[in-house]
Structures are given as structure tokens and as C-alpha cells.
Write a protein that binds this ligand. Structure first.
Ligand code: PAF
Length: 296
């Protein structure tokens, strides 16, 4: 496995592979790797000959009051896991490599970035879209792999690739979960023994909503109220958002007529985190049931 610190080193490696007719996959990460990331690497391996993992804690997606300084950093373990998983190249640049002094160019996916995480973290998707564009331009992969846990991020990345005419296939991978259903996240390390069971409120709420839709409930107001009621049963849960939106556009809807996404973001107290809390996200795509009157 090769470790590249500069864009020039990465490009040389990728260009050589492309010249040999090999397919290149990129898995962008911020490190603190866990089994969820490794499932992205496995998908990349299925789709390409050269697998590149980028490890870069992107400063522009954190607001000044957020957890950039205390974001978990585990470089030795990350490299060991990449080696073990058969990754070919790790790209781990310093911030100045991706943001040269005086950089003033941003990628802003205007509408998809507004709702959900965009409401409580208005700077977030501009930072993500900008760094992902830079990583795609630097690594020139045929395919780039992202987790579906970050549903809105995946839609933003798909849209920027389309709008900027980037010649890359964006692939989403199903959320990897702990045995009890909690979505794997680098931030789970901040959950203490008291909060860990409460965090399962998210997956319970998703399961309940899916069952309610399967039983024919298509009114978004009713479904969101059920979800909020279930989340509120976790005494320390503070809901950031719990919303059902159109799965493709993320537009607000009143009734499920097409695939929709139930997206959740919930804060729990976490004394180990610098901010004093941990914010967990999860989601489920809800498919409306066909009613007997619908055309076949
Ligand atoms: O999902 C993440 O880990 C990050 O948002 C990403 C896509 C690597 C961009 O920094």
C-alpha cells in the first residue's frame, strides 16, 4: 500500500493505473475508520482495480463552534485497517495541499444543501461539496463510493458530479449497522454506557415509520408526529430534525406518493465530546404502498 501526501504523487499513481487500462475507485473519508468505511472499501474493490482511500478531516465543513479540533483522529489504526482491507493507495494530504493559501473557490449545491442538516449546519454542504470536488479532480476515479447513512450528502455529491459534468460514477452503499441496529459512525465513540441504549431510539423510529407506511399510512404529518413521539421516549434525546421529504429532491411533501426519505438528526449529551453532545443521523427510504385504485 502506498501513502501519498501530495496531489502530484496521487496523480502519478492514478495516471499510471489508468494508462494500464485499470479502473480506479475513490473512497473519501475523514479517517477514524470503522467497519462502515470498510464496507465502502469492499464495494470499491468490487468495482475497480485500484482502490484509493482519502483520509482528510476537512476544515471547511466544520463551523467555528463545531468539533474540528476534537474530531476523532486515529491515523495509525486507519493505515493498518486500509492495509488489512487491501487498499492500494491512501491519500492523506495536509490542509494546505487541498486549500492553497488564498483559495477562494467554492462549490455550492444550492437547493439540496438547504433543508435538514443544511438548516442547523448552514456552512456544512458547501464545505463537503468543495472538498469532494477537489478530491474527485485530484484522484480522477472512474467511481467514487459514499455511505447512504449520509443521505443528503450523497444527493449533494450526485448532483455536483452531474452539474459539473464530472466523468465519475457515484455509488451509494447501504448503511452498516451495529448488531443492535445503531448506524455505525465515527461519532459513536462519544456515546457513554448510559446514552448508548437511548441512541437506539433512531433506528426504532425508522422501523416504526416503515411499518406504518406498509400498513397504509401515507400522511406525512401523522408519520412525523409518530416519529417525534417515539424519539421523545429517549429521555435525553434532543431532536434536531425528524422530517420526511421527497427522496430525490428533498422537497417538503404532505403525502407519500413517490419514494420519500425519513431523515433524523438527534443530539445526546456526551461529556467526552468537546461540545458536550453527540449528534447522530440516520435515515430510511419509505416506499408508498400502491392503493387498489392506482393504475397498474
Ligand atoms: O462523509 C464524510 O466522511 C465526509 O463528509 C467526506 C465525504 C469525506 C467529505 O469530507
Amino acid at each position: 500500500m502506498e501513502l501519498c501526501r501530495t496531489v502530484a504523487e496521487l496523480r502519478a499513481r492514478v495516471n499510471a493505473a489508468r494508462a494500464d487500462g485499470r479502473r480506479v475507485a475513490l473512497v473519501p473519508t475523514m479517517g477514524a475508520l470503522h467497519a462502515g468505511h470498510l464496507s465502502l472499501v469492499a464495494e470499491a474493490r468490487r468495482r475497480a482495480d485500484l482502490v484509493v482511500v482519502s483520509i482528510f478531516v476537512n476544515p471547511t465543513q466544520f463551523a467555528p463552534n463545531e468539533d474540528l479540533a476534537s474530531y476523532p483522529r486515529t491515523p495509525e489504526s486507519d493505515l493498518a485497517q486500509c492495509r488489512e482491507a487491501g487498499v492500494d493507495v491512501v491519500f492523506a494530504p495536509a490542509p494546505a495541499e487541498l486549500y492553497p493559501a488564498g483559495a477562494q473557490t467554492w462549490v455550492d449545491v444550492a437547493e439540496l444543501s438547504q433543508p435538514l442538516c443544511g438548516t442547523s449546519r448552514p456552512h456544512f454542504f458547501r464545505g463537503v461539496a468543495t472538498v469532494v470536488t477537489k478530491l474527485l479532480v485530484a484522484a480522477q476515479p472512474h467511481v467514487a463510493v459514499f455511505g447512504e447513512k449520509d443521505y443528503q450528502q450523497l444527493q449533494v455529491v450526485r448532483r455536483l458530479a452531474r452539474d459539473l459534468l464530472l466523468d465519475v460514477e457515484i455509488v451509494g452503499v447501504a448503511t452498516d449497522r451495529e448488531p443492535d441496529g445503531l448506524a455505525r459512525s465515527s461519532r459513536n465513540v462519544y456515546l457513554d454506557a448510559a446514552m448508548r441504549p437511548e441512541a437506539l431510539a433512531l433506528v426504532r423510529a425508522l422501523d416504526d415509520a416503515e411499518k406504518a407506511v406498509a400498513a397504509g399510512e401515507h400522511r406525512v404529518g401523522v408519520l412525523e408526529a409518530r416519529v417525534r413521539e417515539l424519539l421523545a421516549r429517549a429521555p435525553h434525546a434532543e431532536i434536531d430534525y425528524a422530517e420526511i421529504r421527497d427522496a430525490a429532491t428533498l422537497a417538503a411533501i404532505e403525502t407519500l406518493r413517490a419514494p420519500a426519505v425519513l431523515a433524523l438528526a438527534v443530539r445526546f449529551p456526551a461529556p467526552r465530546a468537546a461540545s458536550g453532545h453527540v449528534r447522530l443521523i440516520d435515515n430510511r427510504v419509505l416506499l408508498p404502498q400502491r392503493s387498489s385504485g392506482d393504475p397498474r
